[in-house]
Design a protein around this ligand. Structure first.
Ligand code: ATP
Length: 505
């Protein structure tokens, strides 16, 4: 076996290779594909659902198991419609939309301008790009949609399809999906599919605080579906209309928000590295334009094949949400803080808590993980005249994330080897997600496992029958080591355990 030369994947691999791989090997399928799919909606296949569940478990346990003061909930997708009035989503959850009259294509005006800025930066005009983005930020904050359109005209931004600048006016488009709740009357008849999971946490703040006897500072974590009628859907599962969020709202004393904001920013940055995203492909991006609820906000971005893009947002949301719910529901959303304020020597008393939020998309994290894991390397096999060079594709997933932890292969389908292999499979299946396979040459079986990221392949051969040892073949190095069957459980268990990840946090 020679030393492989591995190509760094992101530079060389187009997103389309990853999309094709995801479909072919059971990670992600287009939704309702037999009807030609539904734009920006995707289904997870047999390997995809395992990988996604592992990512979600890692997040859930890092939040609730490692932090004594973070507990979880699972709120309903439907909520009272006033929730969305209070949160500002009914009036303000809009994207600026523009149509090209020749191609009839629809765009987000801010994305067209951001693309133009990226083009300027690429041409070396970083200052020009910064000015353009700052102008856009100013116009959007002032809700000057005419000004945004003028910017598009002034910078000669054209439609990528028709090539013309024949644009409509810019208008605001609300991203929430709504439906009729037939059991309620009047205004409440219109209910929404939640556009974020956070509000299910805010409206349960007091229920959780009282029932779980939580003391500030404490957090509430939730994983669940969210829905947004995104104007432009592109880049595979990066921007979906139905997606999953993993959000944690951390309730704190007013005035302590910057301390907690910085703490969670660092903690979440470390978490992404611990699950396998390298530091050089992660960066922070401070928001130029703060959302209506925030007094500080930063994105954690990952370098996808299509550039650095947001995977997680950390927001200091002040007391905006709880105060809004207090005003609309007319129910106090206050906390009595018994701790003594060192300045006055008296308890801090009653207040509406401030909140720092961490919000990561499970699907974007999945895509980042897949992009990072997708590896193509050139290897040389055989010796002398039989030597040949080929490309090996494999998913270099952290073993804790891999859909299948180990594959068990009898070398041949005779001589009692399948029976022995099945016996090992039976012994380990209570601990790990495994695959047993006896079809095709062993090399082909290794390749199939490489393609889905299985970290270990266990081969049972004639020697196994004599001394109860097997060969363990390692996905990344392709090296094989001989090991007693009795050691497999602890060996695999150690490699796939979440503990090794948690120790880095
Ligand atoms: P973007 O600017 O990319 O639209 P956002 O700032 O609106 O994202 P947030 O509202 O902060 O996103 O949502 C938190 C996280 O939820 C994002 O970091 C992202 O991982 C995920 N997310 C948001 N919208 C989508 C979507 N349409 N598809 C998949 N994931 C999404």
């Amino acid at each position: 076996m020679s030393n492989p030369t591995q190509k760094p994947s992101l530079e060389n691999t187009q997103l389309k290779d990853i999309v094709a791989h995801a479909k072919e090997y059971g990670f992600v399928f287009p939704s309702s594909e037999i009807y030609d799919g539904l734009a920006a909606v995707y289904d997870y296949g047999p390997n995809g659902v395992e990988l996604k569940n592992n990512l979600k478990q890692l997040w859930w346990r890092a939040m609730t198991q490692l932090n004594q003061n973070v507990v979880g909930i699972d709120a309903a997708i439907f909520m009272h419609p006033l929730t969305w009035k209070a949160s500002g989503h009914v009036d303000g959850f809009n994207d600026p939309l523009i149509d090209n009259l020749d191609s009839k294509k629809r765009y987000r005006a801010d994305v067209l301008i951001e693309d133009k800025a990226a083009e300027l930066a690429k041409q070396g005009d970083q200052a020009g790009a910064d000015i353009l983005l700052a102008d856009m930020g100013r116009l959007l904050t002032a809700e000057d949609l005419g000004g945004v359109r003028q910017l598009i005209i002034d910078y000669k931004i054209t439609c990528p399809v028709s090539g013309t600048a024949n644009w409509t006016d810019v208008r605001q488009f609300n991203l929430m999906y709504s439906t009729q709740g037939s059991a309620v009357e009047g205004d409440a008849a219109q209910i929404y599919l939640r556009p974020e999971t956070a509000q299910g946490i805010f409206v349960n703040f007091l229920n959780v605080q009282k029932s779980a006897r939580m003391k500030i500072p404490f957090g509430i974590a939730q994983i669940g579906k969210a829905f947004r009628n995104e104007i432009v859907a592109r880049q595979f599962i990066f921007r979906m209309r139905e997606f999953e969020q993993m959000e944690m709202q951390f309730f704190i004393r007013p005035g302590s928000e910057m301390e907690w904001y910085n703490k969670w920013k660092e903690t979440r940055h470390r978490w992404h590295q611990a699950v396998g995203l390298p530091a050089e492909k992660l960066r922070f991006h401070d928001h130029d334009k703060l959302a209506h609820y925030a007094n500080a906000a930063v994105d954690i971005e990952f370098e996808f094949p299509f550039g650095f893009k947001e995977i997680e947002g950390i927001h200091s949301r002040t007391d905006f949400d709880l105060s809004q719910h207090q005003a609309l529901s007319k129910k106090k959303q206050q906390y009595f803080d018994n701790d003594l304020d060192p300045e006055t020597g008296k308890p801090y008393g009653n207040y509406v808590p401030y909140v720092v939020e961490t919000s990561v998309g499970a699907d974007r994290l999945f895509l980042a993980t897949l992009c990072q894991a997708f590896t193509e390397e050139t290897i040389t096999e055989g010796e002398g005249e039989k030597e040949q060079t080929k490309t090996r594709t494999f998913l270099k997933l952290h073993p804790a994330l891999a859909p299948i932890k180990a594959a068990i292969f009898p070398l041949v389908r005779k001589d009692g080897l399948p029976e022995k292999a099945e016996q090992i499979f039976d012994e380990l299946r209570h601990d790990f997600r495994l695959i047993y396979e006896d079809r095709d040459a062993i090399g082909k079986r290794y390749t199939r496992q490489d393609l889905i990221g299985t970290p270990f392949c266990i081969a049972v051969d004639h020697q196994t029958l004599e001394d109860d040892t097997v060969t363990v073949r390692h996905r990344d190095s392709r090296e094989q080591t001989r090991m007693p069957i009795s050691e497999l459980r602890s060996y695999i268990g150690e490699a796939v355990s979440f503990r090794r990840i948690f120790e880095q946090l």
